[in-house]
Design a protein around this ligand. Structure first.
Ligand SMILES: CSC[C@@H](O)[C@@H](O)C(=O)COP(=O)(O)O
Length: 346
């Protein structure tokens, strides 16, 4: 891949600014945890695994910013740093998973000198980033077998290199099938209102030379009914114990259309996206974002001023519509409650 989503460089967090793609490829540097939190909230970085990495790096930056004479004071301030990170976006569980992992590592090393502890946290954040890349590649290896030669694969939103430490989950499956020499093509839903499909998926697939066709969200059913779509592969923000899956708003509609048209619908996600503490998808918190994302396109109004708007950023696809969940540890299908319980997140 010819871009870097996020990295730790010279004690700063560097991210490609996803709000400016595809027009400009700009990398922003963040030197403090509050600005990392702002970048997550403002969608400079987005996608469940990528915001997990950003949160971990934000916590590591925060640990460096803390001025403390005592361990008690350090850990009290660390709690606050973690709290700020946790309040950025509510749906993707990777964010909370990463914060918990950073907290665990901090408490496991509570007896170390503070400067050493800060280095340990930095190393852990970098490790989370590196591991995510490996998880995505393993998802690709498991999932590519499900993509037939000559397939047209429909995807929704961006579950690619930009949404992860690199390579991607849904796009990881597609990349792996492409790398295996299969002649496949992708149909990318534009993904209103934020246009992750048009702006990000189209950009990164074109950059990598993977054939991609952009369609608006309301065209998916048209192409399915005409027999032009072989299968659907999407990412996930949180998967409940029964397999119900939260992903970008509009995913549920794609899944229902796929079922109506007898098309396999796959979810690709690392085990860091599992939330086995939730029995089912009704318990997943759904983020509601600003109305301006719906009323404006590129700063221009596309609706009358003062219109009432709803803007849920995610929906939940019931497990019964999902043909299989592709993880780094293998493919789960059928009885998700049992299959998912057998997987363990790093
Ligand atoms: C590998 S990313 C999976 C999901 O996070 C992705 O499909 C998605 O819904 C992203 O939503 P976003 O609002 O852009 O963060």
């Amino acid at each position: 891949m010819s871009f870097r989503t996020i990295e730790w460089r010279d004690d700063k967090v560097v991210m490609i600014d996803q709000t400016r793609l595809p027009g400009e490829e700009v990398y922003c540097e963040y030197a403090d945890y509050k600005s990392v939190a702002e970048a997550i909230r403002g969608m400079v970085i987005r996608g469940a695994p990528a915001i997990g990495v950003a949160a971990a790096m934000g916590v590591a930056l925060g640990a460096r910013e803390i001025i403390a004479d005592t361990y008690e004071s350090f850990f009290r301030q660390m709690e606050n740093v973690c709290e700020v990170m946790a309040r950025t976006r509510p749906t993707a569980v990777n964010l909370f998973w990463a914060i918990e992992r950073m907290k665990r590592v901090a408490s496991e090393h509570h007896d170390r000198p503070l400067d050493e502890l800060r280095e340990i946290l930095k190393a852990e954040a970098i490790r989370i980033e590196q591991e995510d890349l490996e998880l995505c590649k393993a998802i690709g290896r498991h999932g590519s077998a499900l993509i037939p030669e000559g397939a047209t694969v429909l995807t929704h939103c961006n579950a690619g290199g930009l949404a992860t430490a690199g390579y991607g989950t849904a796009l990881g499956v597609i990349r792996a099938a492409h790398e295996a020499g299969k002649k496949i093509q992708v149909f990318a839903d534009e993904t209103r209102p934020w246009l992750q499909g048009a702006r990000l998926t189209a950009w990164e697939l074109m950059k990598d030379g993977i054939p991609v066709t952009l369609i608006s969200d309301n065209m998916a059913g048209f192409f399915m009914k005409r027999g032009e779509i072989t299968c659907c592969v999407v990412g996930a923000d949180r998967i409940a114990a029964n397999g119900d899956t939260a992903n970008k708003i509009g995913t549920y509609s794609v899944a229902v259309l796929a079922r109506e048209n007898n098309i396999p619908f796959y979810v690709a996600a690392p085990t860091t996206t599992l939330d086995l503490s939730l029995e089912n998808g009704d318990q997943i918190p759904i983020e509601e974002r600003h109305s301006r994302e719906v009323t404006h396109l590129n700063g221009f109004p596309v609706a009358p001023e003062g219109i009432r708007v709803r803007n849920p950023a995610f929906d939940v696809t019931p497990a019964r519509y999902i043909s299989a969940i592709i993880t780094e540890q293998g493919v789960v299908s059928g009885d998700y409650a049992t299959g998912l319980r057998g997987l363990v997140a790093p």
